[in-house]
Design a protein around this ligand. Structure first.
Ligand code: MIG
Length: 799
């Protein structure tokens, strides 16, 4: 007879003492008397994985985030047993596991410096409602420790003192403190005593991070289900931590086509066809460069994915071709909701093949989105993804669409609490069936992945281009992304700046904001300031909801149009620079934008900076974030910086005023840099590049730069058909030496460089190129120190 029906509350449970230890190659298991297992896997000397089980066995080991291409292997692994602890030693780390309570502490191997130490460590609460555990981890926050990362959080760059939640959420008009929003990237980097490490909590359930908010000296993270499963990633440089995390969760599978780094124009919505043409024609007429034009939901027939409105777009193939002839790539939106309509082939097929998500007891997951009531493909089933990818054949192969934009894939559902699927919805999860509690955060990622697979197949031999709103760690392998429905306000300009930096330090560099703001309308000044920032972001697109008027570069009068043109032109000039940054990112996981802390973590002045950032390796930019400004104060990282507009040199390591009237912006170039430039084009490929400009910024001392190029599309570069130029600059009082090392099998179409020297401290007398002497006259060096030389020199001496 059951008398007591109150739920027994056990509270937090903790591991007890270790009673067994077992080593299996790179995997170590520690078992406690109360049945907890800690499994530590040594992935690399600097990367350890921690997994905890409270049941005596582990779940099937599957992750959507970890890439099969992740590097593995270590130089050294040794396990020692002492009275009170076990010690794991790699060539980079020492990890201690306490025998009495399973708590861990990690030290740098070489210096024995403490990096990260459990406070309570692993503990858990049993979940009566769903079964399994609420899994928790707490760490001691070290003196002066700061925290960064976590994807798209709109808070300041340094996360210390705050608590965050991860649950992918459609967040129209979010604000600086809205949390959570569109993305779940449960990865942060920590920094103290000049050393940085990272923690990636690879758990897709709703999760939380607390950085000393609840208790001043404790950071913690926990999730509503699943396993305590995290990776500890050591630097000591933050950029190495990010690169190692990116290695683990994947670099972009290929470079984007160069045009995708051009300027994109979007609005909800450009229709009918005549409106689209009016917009694209205007770009060409006003000579404002633009590569991509977007069609939002109204291009479809009643919002049915993979259809076209006969009324607005009677002949999409012809239109797309005409746009392409004028240099515009057409990009269309595709949402996950499939309209319940038995006359609609995509719906019928999905239903026949049993590809739609279902509720726990069997009914379909029915939800309202733009088309009305919809069912939703279960993108966590590989067969469904394959089907979905094939739906793109007509759009891409036949009609000629060049990119696809995935929206609403949180998944967003209208008119319901929580704005998404209920928790009980079932998912295949790659043959590990589960509820929406576990699959929610990766649903959008898997949709974007399926879309990417379609584009990859049908765009071949060209490269795919996809953009997604929702994402989980690893999504960067497949697509680009934007920061969702922001607002046309000055505060949001600052949020966009921070979000782009934060996404970059979270392994996801191909990111941009809706330039000008999605909700409401900017005035001309705000729009111009936003374009100025946007041209330094990896993804550069104007987008607006369209409810509040137009938002094109020419909307705000001639003065603003001229400023906008000037900056978009600058982006087109910088394309080889941006492309090189992308290549570095895709190759090594180096973030394309670097917050100052990531650029120079040793300088504590950088730890709380949010506005300034480094684009690539050499350009320091800082947006103007207020109206009526003629400039601003900003912090210059250590070193020497050239004012991009005036060539004036600034000594870093201090905060200084930088002039920037509305037609300008604080932009500085690192001394010693060589910045490659293309001529302004109205779109990528408009012109044959017949000369590469090299902007050379003198420095006393040494500096290296690189320029990566290839055919700008296609896959030949993977077979070695690329051109990589490594430049080493060495400046002395009365000479400047530039050496070039060239690799790769691609022959660039141009034969010459136009060298432009900046800040040369001496008057040129002669130039020696590969041992041959030239006079000023021979090279026609002009009064600005510019001259033309053959591209394949190895040694250039300017005396
Ligand atoms: O419920 O497709 O974030 O970029 O223009 C709104 C219409 C749906 C939200 C996206 C936005 C897009 C809009 N979409």
């Amino acid at each position: 007879m059951i008398l007591n029906t109150e739920l027994e509350y056990k509270g937090n449970l903790f591991p007890s003492n270790i009673i067994a230890f077992e080593k299996n190659l790179d995997t170590l298991n520690f078992t406690t008397a109360n049945g907890v297992i800690l499994q530590i896997t040594v992935l690399r000397d600097s990367v350890l994985r921690f997994r905890y089980s409270t049941t005596g066995s582990f779940e099937n080991d599957f992750s959507y985030a970890i890439t099969k291409y992740a590097s593995r292997g270590y130089n050294h692994l040794e396990v020692k047993e002492e009275n009170d602890k076990y010690i794991i030693l790699t060539s980079k780390l020492k990890c201690e596991i306490n025998k009495t309570d399973l708590r861990t502490a990690i030290y740098e191997a070489k210096t024995e410096q403490l990096l990260c130490e459990d406070e309570l460590g692993f503990h858990w609460e049993e979940s009566y409602e769903f079964g399994g555990d609420i899994v928790k981890m707490s760490k001691v926050s070290q003196e002066g420790e700061s925290y960064y990362g976590l994807g798209d959080k709109p808070a300041d760059v340094n996360l210390k003192g705050k608590r965050f939640e991860n649950w992918v959420t459609d967040s129209y008009a979010y604000g600086k403190h809205t949390d959570p929003i569109y993305k779940t990237i449960p990865f942060y980097t920590a920094l103290h005593h000049k050393k940085s490490y990272g923690i990636f909590f690879d758990n897709t359930f709703r999760s939380y991070f607390d950085f000393c908010q609840e208790r001043r000296n404790v950071s913690s993270f926990w999730a509503q289900g699943g396993e305590m499963n995290y990776y500890f990633i050591y630097g000591p440089d933050m950029s190495e931590v990010v690169a190692n995390y990116t290695d683990l969760t994947g670099k972009p599978h290929q470079l984007p086509p160069l045009w995708a780094l051009g300027y994109h124009q979007c609005k909800w919505s450009y229709y009918p066809e005549s409106k689209v043409k009016e917009i694209t024609n205007k770009f060409r007429e006003l000579k404002i460069p633009c590569d991509a034009i977007y069609l939002d939901i109204d291009y479809m027939e009643g919002f049915r994915c993979f259809t076209w409105s006969k009324e607005y777009f009677p002949d999409p193939k012809r239109m797309v071709k005409e746009l392409a002839d004028d240099g515009f790539k057409t990009i269309v939106i595709i949402d996950p909701g499939i309209k319940i309509d038995h006359e609609y082939s995509v719906f019928k097929e999905g239903l026949d093949k049993d590809y739609f998500c279902k509720r726990a007891d069997g009914p379909y997951m029915k939800g309202k989105v733009w088309p009305g009531e919809c069912y939703f493909p279960d993108f966590t089933n590989p067969e469904v993804r394959e089907w979905w990818s094939n739906l793109f054949q007509e759009l891409i192969e036949d009609i000629g669409v060049k990119g696809v934009w995935n929206d609403m894939n949180e998944p967003a559902v209208m008119d319901v609490p929580g704005k998404t699927f209920p928790d009980d919805v079932r998912h295949d999860y790659e043959g590990n069936p589960c509820s929406h509690r576990k699959a929610h955060n990766i649903y959008g990622m898997q949709m974007a992945r399926a879309t990417y697979q379609g584009l990859k197949k049908f765009a071949y031999p060209k490269r795919p281009f996809v953009i997604t709103r929702a994402a989980y760690s690893g999504t960067q392998r497949y697509t680009s992304s934007w920061t969702g429905d922001n607002v046309a306000s000055w505060e949001h300009l600052s949020i966009a700046n921070i979000q782009a930096q934060r996404m970059c330090m979270s392994g996801f560099s191909f990111i941009g904001s809706d330039i000008g703001g999605f909700a409401e309308q900017p005035n001309g000044e705000l729009y111009a300031r936003w374009i100025q920032l946007g041209i330094f972001h990896p993804f550069c697109r104007t987008h607006s909801s369209g409810d509040h008027g137009d938002q094109e570069p020419w909307t705000f009068g001639k003065n603003i149009t001229d400023v906008v043109r000037k900056f978009i032109e600058l982006r087109y000039e910088l394309l080889p620079y941006l492309y090189t940054c992308f290549w570095r990112y895709a190759e090594e996981g180096i973030p394309m934008l670097k917050s100052l802390v990531l650029y120079d973590q040793e300088d504590t002045h950088t730890h709380y900076r949010s506005d300034e950032f480094i684009c690539g390796e050499k350009i320091l930019a800082c947006p103007i974030l207020e109206p009526n400004a003629k400039g601003r104060r900003m912090y210059f990282p250590k070193g020497e910086w050239y004012n991009f507009w005036t060539d004036e040199v600034v000594e870093g390591g201090q905060e200084l005023w930088a002039d920037a009237d509305l037609d300008s912006m604080p932009v500085f170039v690192k001394a010693g840099a060589i910045i490659p430039k293309y001529p302004v084009q109205q779109y990528v490929g408009e012109k044959d590049i017949d000369e590469l400009k090299l902007e050379v910024y003198f420095k006393l001392g040494k500096e290296t730069s690189e320029v990566y190029e290839d055919a700008h599309d296609g896959y030949d570069y993977i077979k070695g058909r690329y051109s990589l130029r490594n430049f080493t600059l060495n400046g002395e009082k009365n000479q400047l030496v530039i050496q070039q090392h060239k690799s790769g099998k691609y022959t660039t179409p141009y034969n010459t460089f136009k060298v432009q020297l900046h800040g040369l401290p001496f008057k040129i007398k002669k130039v020696i190129i590969d041992k041959v002497e030239y006079s000023i006259k021979d090279l026609k060096i002009d009064e600005n120190n510019a001259f033309v030389i053959e591209k394949d020199f190895t040694d250039l001496h300017i005396l």
